[in-house]
Design a protein around this ligand. Structure first.
Ligand code: PEP
Ligand code: MG
Length: 583
């Protein structure tokens, strides 16, 4: 049997080996029109009632992040927008089931045309809950999970389907659709089921009963693997499970080098559902709370109160650990266009702070909510896409005005709240010494800093081989940033993907960064590397790296050095052949 490798997005770490169970969802076919407005309305409301009961039953059996996912569905059931749109169709003479299907079609078109990944993921939640209602209108039990242990292959899994996966029978799952930040991925991580998503064609490429290895660490699926690969993976699986057990014991310990240099190791998150993961992985609070997902998970902009509740929940749950909230960074690859705004070069266009300084009310509302939440925890503010000192001064002016408003209204906030800037544009790194006078901290966004330094679009697969956060030019700019911050007595963090790249850790330590923030999944590994190095070693490795001129040379050298010290971890987490960036 021919073996093949499919590459996707690593959504939940772990390795699973077994036979494929390719899920084909039964197509829902309905017949019969309306039996009259009153009767159809009753059918609809009764199905909603049963769905509510069903959801609360599911919720009882869950814990941690997965509970939040079911709560999202409960909220959709209560959403007047959802009810009204379906009820209008019923009143127009359509059957309850037909009205729901029509509504789903409309939402799919509306959300899809916005081309926004967050909204597409939101659509999945709505679809999931609608299908539940449909099943109550036409009850039938569909046993869609395998009876024996298998690896589940599906076009997509809704968050609640994922929450119900039977861990004894589903060793891991792979889907054609989905992204790293989808609710489905979050539930998989909270259940500890290895998963790879975004494979595009897995359901077409894999047949029922094929032998499969699923590598949720690297985002790879190997179909009908040869004996040699199976042997390698059996060993990898054993090693991974052993390493995970060992790393669990680090949870309560700080990220301190052997010779006593402590780094703040924090998490990058986007949702309330991730608070549990932050606590579980042993992170020191949140180093980057991206607010775009929260803003665009609804079809309207959240108001001050809604934002306040969101920031407050995260800040108070994690207090006294810090939560660094980045104000909205839209534009570039995160364009949400409520007016179908299009640009020829979005990454060089109206993005991040440029939008906020023009849309002053948008910024002010967000700052008001963040400031108010600062009374309930350890909150800091982060500005995205800063390219000049003028932008910092303008944003500070708006922050001061906002503080003054709150004082007048008698609303509490942290008067000493820190304000930092993302270092994502070379001009910002080059000006760090001067800019350091006006900010409280820097946070290096290596993803954009790499993109803008090397003129490599971070989303363009065609040139992804040129994208490397270990490029000597990028490292020089990071060094300038750390020096510029420290000269002014300000701390410097790193929140781009380089902070979660095991090979880069000694270099970041050697450059003298004070904080690292990365995905909760990789935090235990990064902590164990920090705890296994001395600062002296890190500085000597960094000095050598800073004298090198080529990415390949740097990566090879770092791989050799790190593989000697952390053989298991490097072997598991760093690709040998292409040693690609962990983007
Ligand atoms: C970065 O640019 O490195 C960063 C952390 O911000 P984002 O990935 O959200 O653009
Ligand atoms: Mg960025």
């Amino acid at each position: 049997m021919k073996s093949k490798i499919l590459r996707g997005v690593p959504a939940s770490p772990g390795i699973a080996m077994g036979k494929a169970y390719v899920l084909k969802k039964p197509y829902l076919v309905f017949s019969g029109g309306s039996k009259g407005v009153e009767e159809e309305m009753e059918v609809f409301l009764e199905a909603i009632r049963k769905t509510k009961e069903e959801l609360s039953g599911i919720k009882e059996g869950l814990s941690g992040d997965a509970v939040g996912i079911i709560e999202v569905q409960e909220a959709i059931l209560e959403d007047p927008l959802f009810r009204e749109r379906v009820e209008t169709k019923i009143k127009d003479g359509k059957g309850a089931h037909e009205s729901i299907l029509e509504f789903l079609d409309e939402i799919k078109r509306e959300f899809g045309s916005l081309g926004d990944r967050y909204l597409k993921e939101r659509y999945l939640d709505i679809k999931d809950v609608s299908h539940r209602i449909l099943h109550h209108i036409f009850p039938r039990r569909i046993e869609w999970q395998p009876e024996e242990p298998h690896i589940l292959i599906a076009h997509d899994l809704t968050p609640s389907e994922t929450a119900q996966l039977n861990k004894d029978r589903v060793l891991g799952f792979a889907t054609d659709a989905g992204g790293r930040t989808s609710h489905t991925a979050i539930v998989a991580r909270s259940l500890g089921i290895p998963a790879v998503v975004g494979l595009s064609n897995a359901t077409k490429e894999i047949k029922h009963g094929d032998e499969v290895i699923l590598d949720g660490i690297k985002g790879v699926l190997i179909v009908n693997p040869p004996e040699k690969i199976k042997r390698t993976y059996r060993k990898r699986k054993e090693e991974y499970e052993k390493l995970e057990k060992e790393l669990l014991s680090l949870k309560e310990l700080s990220a301190t080098t052997i010779d006593g240099y402590e780094v703040d190791l924090s998490a990058n998150i986007e949702m309330i559902e991730e608070i549990e993961a932050v606590k579980r992985c042993g992170a020191k609070g949140v180093g980057l709370l991206r607010t775009e997902f929260f803003f665009f998970s609804e079809r309207r902009l959240p108001g001050e109160e809604e934002q306040f509740e969101f920031y407050k929940k995260i800040a108070s749950s994690l207090a006294p650990d810090p939560v660094i909230i980045r104000v909205l960074d839209i534009g570039g690859d995160k364009l949400y266009s409520w007016e179908e705004y299009k640009e020829a070069n979005p990454f060089l266009g109206w993005r991040g702070i440029r939008i906020l300084l023009e849309e002053k009310n948008l910024l002010k509302t967000q700052l008001r909510a963040i400031l108010r939440a600062s009374a309930c925890g350890n909150v800091k503010i982060l500005l995205p896409m800063i390219s000049s000192i003028d932008e910092v001064m303008d944003a500070k002016k708006i922050l001061e005005e906002t503080k003054e408003e709150l004082r007048k209204e008698g609303k509490e906030f942290d008067e000493k709240i820190e304000l930092g800037v993302m270092v994502e544009i070379p001009s910002c790194a080059l000006l760090a010494r001067e800019m350091g006078k006006f900010v409280d901290f820097f946070s290096i966004g290596s993803n954009d800093l790499t993109q803008y330094t090397l003129a490599v679009d971070r989303t363009n697969e065609r040139i992804s081989y040129l994208f490397s956060h270990l490029h000597p030019a990028v490292l020089k700019l990071m060094k300038l940033t750390v020096e510029g911050g420290h000269e002014n007595g300000k701390w410097v963090g790193v929140c781009g993907e380089i902070a979660g790249d095991p090979l880069s850790v000694p270099v970041l330590l050697g450059l003298g960064v004070d904080e690292l923030s990365t995905s909760p999944i990789i935090i235990p590994e990064i902590k164990s590397i920090i705890r296994g190095l001395t600062m002296e070693e890190a500085r000597s490795i960094t000095e050598k790296v800073m004298r090198m001129n080529r990415v390949e040379e740097i990566r090879r050298y770092l791989r050799e050095e790190m593989a000697q010290r952390f053989p298991l971890l490097i072997n598991l987490f760093v690709e040998e052949e292409d040693a690609g960036d962990n983007r």
